[in-house]
Write a protein of this length. Sequence first.
Length: 173
Amino acid sequence: MTSPPAPSPRVVEADVSPDPIDPSRLVERVGHPDEGAVVLFLGTVRTRNREREVTSLEYEAYGAMAREELAAIAREAAERHGASRIAAVHRTGTLRPGQASVGIAVAAAHRDAAYRTSRDVIEEVKRRLPVWKKESYADGSSAWLDGHPVAGRAGEPTGPTAGAAGPSGEDQP
């Protein structure tokens, strides 16, 4: 007698929002008595990057497009690794050091599937999600950080204003 097929993974939340991330809510959304593992990953704003003191990060995104891509990333990772439930949220707006910019909660029957799914999601978010970040520094300067191409050829500029003036009119580095 064979076991019944595993249920399709459920993306219970995929959002890109200016609202603070509530880790407890993410865990509650994916937790289920049938699952033996829940993994929570939070990506937070660092106080230092590239030897510079960071005062804030500003995230911009194409809302609907980013939500759709985040849901696809979550679903694909869950299917690849056997997780059953997943919630992923990415912040937009201005964040200070210590604040969570991304939250990923994964439930699976076993810890290996939960860990692998979580890791896969964050790596794909960094690679594919149409979200850009502008880092501000203690010396008053700021810079759009290099992104990862969503589409196009390697070496092309990336970011919300690739090849153009930025949101506030300044030329991008």
